[in-house]
Write a protein that binds this ligand. Sequence first.
Ligand code: NAP
Ligand code: G4F
Length: 316
Amino acid sequence: MNKKKAFITGITGQDGSYLAEILLEKDYEVYGMVRRSSTFNRSRIDHLQGELELVYGDLGDSSVLNQLMRTIRPDEVYNLGAQSQVHISFDVPEYTADVVGTGVLRLLDAIREGDLHCRFYQASSSEMFGKVVEVPQRETTPFYPRSPYGVAKVYGYWITRNYRESYGMHATNGILFNHESPRRGENFVTRKITLGVGQILRGETDKLRLGNLDAKRDWGYARDYMEGAWRMLQQEEPDDYVLATNETHSVRECLEVAFGHAGLDWQQYVEVDERYIRPAEVDELIGDYSKAKAQLGWEPTVRFEELIRMMVDADR
Ligand code: NAP
Ligand code: G4F
């Protein structure tokens, strides 16, 4: 029997690397789209070398997306590629809109133009809930994005639903709350903290500069969330699902767990630096994953404290 083919944008990122591992374990043929960069940035997928088919492309380039869809003809497409840093989206709002918003349209249209009958996963985000109008947030909670990134993700969410409703595409939104791991990008707050702990322990620095310590997030483990993304595309019908832990914790609590695990008092090292305060903030997120639990049989396996300790252990 022919193997199923999966195509992943954002394969060099945190989530792409976990998803690639999961799909290879399930015996998929995995294609990953990569961008040219001046230095090699494939450290998260180095261990999979030889098992993946890597192809060059960009969510800003529709001609390449069209050609890749026509030639590869995947069974499942996972759109994880994005300028995913919320604070940076205020610095590069137009670029963020193009890649995070219009990029989704380009990929959906390449699938439609190529007359593919594949399943499509869009990496939607809890950042769309922003200044929340309901607690906890679930699939039916109205959006109120607070950043150019969040606004672009709302476009990506709706164009995915629009192509599902207009063209009968099997197109699904995974509305994922924050998820972290030892592979998390170094400028997201959990990883910045656990890297900081490692540097302090090694005597490389004695300061960690952060922004808003009161912000609260629903933090889960990235590998769990990519297992959930795969399960979404195995459903007969396309739909939208929240993945979360239904717990919320502040940046301050993250500091307590991370520094505490290393036997340090965070208050001796952390300084608030205005440069990391955002023009508009998302104060508190907490997700209700009961639909994913009921329909996908999905549940988070790693909770907040275990997750942060795992990241400290990797960075120390
Ligand atoms: P990440 O580590 O920042 O990875 C982003 C990936 O997108 C990288 O592979 C990057 O490639 C690629 N990319 C950036 N610009 C691109 C472009 N113009 N064309 C094609 N690819 C491009 O992000 P992540 O944490 O794995 O998140 C994966 C997806 O889930 C993103 O869409 C993110 O917005 C979304 N999401 C993440 C979370 C979370 O908490 N992690 C929560 C909700 C939603 P390079 O390596 O070449 O830069
Ligand atoms: O770790 P963060 O940068 O993640 P944020 O903004 O919640 O976005 C992440 O999760 C989204 C899902 O909700 C994804 F869609 C998105 O792609 C990304 O993966 O910041 C978390 C909180 C914020 O409130 C921020 O203001 O931590 C606060 N924070 C405090 N000091 C900081 C810092 N964030 C960063 N990055 N760096 C700091 O020094």
